[in-house]
Design a protein around this ligand. Structure first.
Ligand SMILES: *[C@@H]1O[C@H](CO)[C@@H](O)[C@H](O)[C@H]1NC(C)=O
Ligand SMILES: *[C@@H]1O[C@H](CO)[C@@H](O)[C@H](O)[C@H]1NC(C)=O
Length: 355
């Protein structure tokens, strides 16, 4: 019941206290630019600061989304936002009890954070969690005002690098300023439903030949005994079971990072290093998206596209795919995605045959 903002600040304070003794000494010696990002970020108070630049301020003076969230009037703090608050403390607690060593953020870690300077938003995009629609909405919000319907933007255009700016593109001081004063949000989804969705989209659709060539051929070569020559060459008939064995094979991540479509949210968005203000869920996409747009004060300007329920993967479907997977690999996969289950409060699916 007590002040939302205080809890947030307190936690940041504790983290900075926790870090300082060890890091303090190493700091001078290491002297790496990226260190500044984390230190300044943690030492700062979370109190939103007014932007001073006039370049891209909105016409009317309005509160920043962060101010609305932490000092907001009760009207703005709807029931939806109360559940967002619960998720955030769950995430904070999970981070405190499951990450032993804190690492320093580097610009490379910020590649998935999309910046909206006009409204003070930072969105970490996670593929297979409505990220096309969120990118479309952000293109509308950061655009020149001519486009107001997100769905009028072709999906492929939403993914063109350069149409939206990422936080990694900014100098360190600018990064720190944005991490401190912008509303940071991401959307997550049940990890295995997201995985099944990625598998279906990338390996069972005939048009995704780039994925078949790049990943499919390797998966067939390594995980199918007696593969036919056409399968080895095309890589277009990977089964879910083979895909899972590819993911849990230690060689896979030794060779290169996972593709972003199946990389864990924990690794894409660094939720224990970046303190997200809002954790939206795919399972409640419509109301969570509305809550974010309300906080940004733009719910009158842009509507988040309503999702087509028919294309969603549900628990039953994920269960059918997992039936083909040996319990030994189910367990390994669960371990691989453990942090995503844990930090975002998803329980072990009932359909698994692991104890
Ligand atoms: C802000 O606007 C004022 C008046 O319009 C101008 O004098 C000033 O240079 C601007 N500052 C910046 C940082 O753009
Ligand atoms: C975590 O999930 C459980 C079960 O779905 C739910 O009852 C609980 O409210 C959730 N906790 C938070 C903080 O969202």
């Amino acid at each position: 019941m007590s002040d939302f903002g205080t809890g947030f600040r307190l936690w940041q304070f504790e983290v900075s206290k926790m870090r300082m003794p060890k890091v303090g000494r190493v700091f001078l010696a290491t002297c790496v630019g990226s260190l500044f990002i984390l230190l300044l970020y943690f030492q700062s108070t979370s109190k939103p600061v007014e932007s001073t630049g006039n370049s891209s301020r909105p016409e009317k003076a309005r509160r920043s989304p962060l101010q609305t969230l932490y000092n907001g009037d009760q009207v703005a703090l709807s029931a939806a936002q109360a559940s967002l608050r619960g998720r955030r403390s769950h995430l904070e607690e999970g981070c405190l009890s499951h990450t032993r060593k804190r690492r320093v953020l580097s610009p490379e870690d910020l590649r998935h954070l999309i910046v909206d300077d006009r409204h003070g938003l930072l969105y970490c995009y996670v593929p297979k969690v409505a990220c096309t629609n969120w990118k479309r909405v952000l293109m509308v919000l950061t655009g020149d005002g001519r486009q107001s319907d997100p769905l009028a933007i072709p999906a492929n255009e939403a993914h063109v690098a350069g149409n939206l700016r990422t936080l990694a593109e900014f100098p360190v001081a600018e990064i720190n300023h944005r991490l401190r004063s912008y509303l940071k949000f991401l959307f997550v989804r049940d990890p295995f439903e997201r995985l099944v969705s990625a598998y279906r989209n990338k390996f069972t659709r005939s048009y995704n030949t780039a994925f078949h060539k790049r990943y499919g051929t390797k998966i067939v070569r390594r995980h199918r005994a007696g593969a036919r020559p056409e399968a080895l060459e095309r890589g277009d008939d990977v089964t879910f079971d083979e895909f899972v064995r590819y993911l849990v094979d230690p060689r896979t991540q030794r060779e290169e990072p996972f593709n972003e479509h199946w990389e864990r949210v924990h690794s894409l968005c660094h939720p224990c290093l970046i303190h997200y203000d809002v954790v939206g869920k795919y399972e409640t996409l419509d109301s969570d998206s509305r809550a974010v747009l309300q906080l940004a004060g733009v719910d009158g300007e842009v509507r988040f596209p309503t999702s087509a329920k028919s294309t969603r993967t549900n628990g039953d479907m994920a269960g059918r795919f997992f039936k083909s997977v040996n319990p030994f690999y189910q367990k390994k996969l669960l371990n691989l995605y453990r942090m995503d289950f844990l930090l975002f409060n998803y329980s072990t699916p009932d359909y698994l045959s692991v104890s």
